[in-house]
Design a binder for this molecule. Structure first.
Ligand code: HEM
Ligand code: HEM
Length: 164
């Protein structure tokens, strides 16, 4: 019976958390980029370099997400702790799989906006997708806090040190 996430699964989880938060938090310049790009105006070199960094980080997230999905299918995940009520197990499963879906869909929408100048993809990327990702991350963090301090389970350890 699997008791913790494998080392590759743990490394990818934390690497992706950093990269996703980077793209979510440091994306102000993308609003400027979007206005200029879709308004057919010249893009200053500093805005262009920041936009390139955002795009490359986003593509790295997509590559890591696909790797992670393969690892998840091949290696599975530890069972939900018994202390967690059935309803929350259900919520956690939905949130986890929605996160997997979002970090595949969101980069594709970004690629559509950036490389194909598709305004529908751009609208979705900066609209419902951004909101959905923040909501899912918020729920995820609330879940981790509830496990750590309310149900007092070992889930944080199985995603960090691996000791259970
Ligand atoms: C999971 C990965 C990604 C996240 C979390 C993310 C997040 C964001 C956020 C928060 C914004 C700004 C929204 C706002 O105006 O408030 C944005 C804009 C943008 N992103 Fe991403 N992004 C990701 C991947 C990508 C990728 C892979 C590309 C391109 C290859 C990309 C291209 C763009 C573009 C072109 C905009 C500006 C769109 C516009 O304003 O019309 N993003 N992104
Ligand atoms: C952008 C940020 C994050 C994203 C997108 C994310 C995503 C995910 C996903 C999809 C899973 C499910 C793994 C699976 O079942 O295959 C997971 C598990 C987990 N995450 Fe995160 N995470 C983020 C940040 C964090 C942070 C900041 C913490 C700690 C405070 C954390 C703690 C955990 C823990 C403890 C698990 C394991 C849950 C279990 O054992 O069932 N995550 N994360």
């Amino acid at each position: 019976m699997k008791t913790a996430f494998s080392i590759p699964q743990r490394i990818v989880h934390w690497l992706m958390a950093v990269l996703i938060l980077f793209n979510l938090l440091f994306s102000d310049v993308m609003t400027t980029f979007g206005e200029l790009y879709f308004g057919d105006k010249p893009i200053p070199p500093d805005v262009m370099s920041s936009a390139n960094i955002h795009a490359y980080v986003g593509i790295a997230i997509l590559a890591l997400a696909l790797t992670r999905l393969c690892l998840r299918i091949a290696q599975g995940a530890p069972a939900h702790p018994p202390e967690e009520p059935a309803f929350f197990r259900f919520v956690a499963t939905i949130v986890h799989w929605s996160l997997y879906a979002m970090f595949i869909i969101m980069p594709f929408a970004g690629i559509g906006a950036f490389y194909f100048k598709n305004s529908t993809a751009a609208f979705a990327h900066i609209g419902w997708m951004k909101t959905a990702l923040w909501v899912l991350i918020g729920l995820h963090l609330l879940g981790v806090l509830a496990h750590q301090f309310y149900w007092k389970t070992n889930i944080l350890r199985r995603m960090t040190t691996g000791r259970t």
